[in-house]
Design a protein around this ligand. Structure first.
Ligand code: SF4
Length: 324
């Protein structure tokens, strides 16, 4: 198989090691439009669940990837271009991935649909579930996550608490701290009150490391981060890995596209990734990224970051048409 639509990476993750991404969404689809989202603007903003892509297609790609001699990863992560709990066959997907992989299966979610008992039940078979909690009241929730107007923050918290009591796997919470928005001592005290009601094994404290959806978003100060980590007993994720990206795709350009559609890369990561493939096309690819207006280039924290503004499959298709 030349290229994959639903499988990407593995990408390096400080929390998960080499994470093989499985995306049941091919364009940014989410309940929220978080101010810090590294995927940029939400294209499909919705709350209804559907079979966005055929389950059989995902599994066929996974089987193909797993048959490769160079298939190495630490965790299979169901994540991708948006919110995976919107995928109506999520429970089946988790089950089928677990049947095929010895590695743990992780679902990374905004946690909003945990208010739905059906979603909670579908997640039970996952080894690790990583929901986020960035706000402690409806006003802050609206400010940071900008969810669909039908979402009731109190129901989201009730869902998280209920899930944490029902679920037998590893529940790792994630909190994104945004400077001046939810990182004061008062904010941390309020977040702590809710986190204490959610039975979790780990808490990761994230900061915006990659270009956020809104340019005004900034990371908290080192002091605020240290305080939050201590108060919430959390692990701070505030550094990049500069190696460890991988793609099963043979073509270097397509491989880069498939990654930056789901995971923005900085110039150092791009260079390390191409070197790891013994590619001689770095200059050409950097030039092509610079010229292609479908690729967003953002100067962020002293680095150039590349992010795709379309689904990569759509882009690869356009490129093929140009070559005909
Ligand atoms: S950060 Fe997650 S929950 Fe927020 S808009 Fe992006 S994909 Fe959706």
């Amino acid at each position: 198989m030349e290229s994959y639509q639903y499988i990407f990476g593995p990408v390096p993750s400080r929390r998960l090691g080499a994470s093989l991404g499985i995306s049941p969404l091919i364009e940014k689809t989410c309940i929220c439009r978080c101010v810090y989202c590294q995927l940029g603007s939400t294209i499909h903003w919705r709350t209804d669940r559907s079979e966005t892509v055929p389950l059989e297609g995902i599994l066929s790609e996974l089987d193909d990837y797993l048959s490769r001699e160079d298939a190495h990863f630490d965790v299979a992560s169901i994540v991708g271009e948006g919110e995976p709990t919107l995928y109506s066959r999520l429970g089946e997907l988790i089950h089928e991935v677990k049947k095929r992989c010895e590695q743990p299966v992780c679902v990374i979610t905004n946690g909003i649909l945990l208010s739905d008992p059906q979603v909670r039940s579908e997640l039970m078979e996952a080894d690790i579930v990583m929901p986020s909690l960035d706000a402690y009241n409806a006003e802050l929730f609206e400010k940071i996550k900008r969810p669909d107007p039908s979402i009731d923050f109190s129901k989201v918290v009730e869902g998280l608490i209920a899930f944490s009591h029902e679920y037998k796997g590893q529940l790792w919470m994630e909190t994104m701290l945004v400077g001046g928005i939810n990182d004061s001592k008062e904010d941390i005290a309020e977040l702590k009150k809710i986190l204490q009601k959610i039975q979790h094994q780990k808490l990761y404290i994230n900061v915006p490391l990659r270009p956020p959806a809104e340019g005004w978003v900034k990371p908290p100060t080192d002091e605020a981060l240290a305080y939050a980590a201590q108060e919430l007993s959390g692990v701070v994720i505030d550094a990049f890995g500069t190696s460890g990206f991988y793609s099963a795709m043979e073509d270097d350009w397509e491989a880069v596209l498939s990654i930056i559609a789901r995971h923005p890369m900085n110039n150092f990561e791009l260079s390390a990734f191409l070197k790891s493939r013994n590619s001689r096309r770095e200059d050409e690819i950097v030039e092509r990224l610079a010229q292609d207006d479908r690729v967003e280039k953002v100067d962020f924290r002293g680095m150039k970051m590349y992010r795709l503004t379309k689904s990569w499959a759509e882009m690869a298709e356009e490129d093929k048409e140009k070559q005909v």
